[in-house]
Design a protein around this ligand. Structure first.
Ligand code: PLP
Length: 219
């Protein structure tokens, strides 16, 4: 399906240059990604390891690939050589495996910790206690850089519920990544998808992951 260039520019303009747009291209063909690439987009997000590896092989080398899905430890090695940012780290075990593979590749991999904020559904992510534990252990991992947090709100029509979940994540972000502590680096708060990104930005998101709004509905 052809990309709606007008929609893309509208979303970008709405983000006002301060919020990074990750175009979520899962299940969409490489040609669609190339179309958006030709409009200037460089950050793309994928959920499945094999699909990401296949697309990376055939698309321009300057694309920054974001892994946003649930990553299994035994598949880390396939994406570590090229991945730009891993959003969904939800266990210390996974973080340690990324560190180990990153050392082998001679890279430092930037990661976000996924926090469970959706009260209604079972989604992947750390609770507050687990987040505290991972944050304590992380400095010992030399090939990992934890840049911030990622979360998904409940799938609901209730905007106030979504807002309160994003607000809770923002509070944790401020606690663990105070901007004054790292003036030179910019910490990342990855929250917001096609249906809720405007609320997420109002609540302090600085990275949104948008798929269907740009690429059309997934089959
Ligand atoms: C699929 C997906 C998105 C994009 O969802 P849309 O509703 O199509 O914008 C964002 N984040 C994650 C983690 C996803 O799995």
């Amino acid at each position: 399906m052809p990309i709606d260039a007008g929609k893309y520019r509208e979303v970008l303009a709405g983000l006002g240059g301060k919020v990074k747009l990750v175009a979520v291209s899962k299940t969409k063909p490489a040609e669609d990604i190339k179309e958006l690439y030709d409009l200037g987009q460089r950050d793309f997000g994928e959920n499945y390891v094999q699909e990401l590896v296949d697309k990376q092989a055939v698309l321009p080398a300057d694309i920054r690939w974001h892994f946003i899905g649930h990553l299994q430890s035994n598949k880390v090695k396939y994406i570590v050589p090229f991945v730009h940012l891993i959003h969904g780290v939800d266990s210390l075990r996974l973080l340690k495996e990324i560190d180990k593979q990153a050392a082998r590749s001679g890279r430092v991999i930037t990661c976000l910790l996924q926090v469970f904020i959706a009260r209604e559904e079972t989604k992947f992510g750390l609770d507050e206690q687990e987040l505290a534990e991972v944050m304590q252990s992380a400095p010992g991992l030399k090939n990992i850089s934890i840049a911030g947090l990622m979360g998904m709100a409940s799938f609901t029509e209730d905007p106030e519920k979504i807002r309160s979940e994003f607000h809770a994540l923002r509070s944790l972000f401020d606690k663990y990544f105070p901007s004054a502590a790292a003036p030179a680096t910019s910490s990342i708060l990855s929250m917001g998808m096609s249906g809720d990104y405007k609320i997420a930005v109002e609540e302090g998101s600085n990275m949104v992951r948008i798929g269907s709004l740009l690429f059309g509905k997934r089959g």
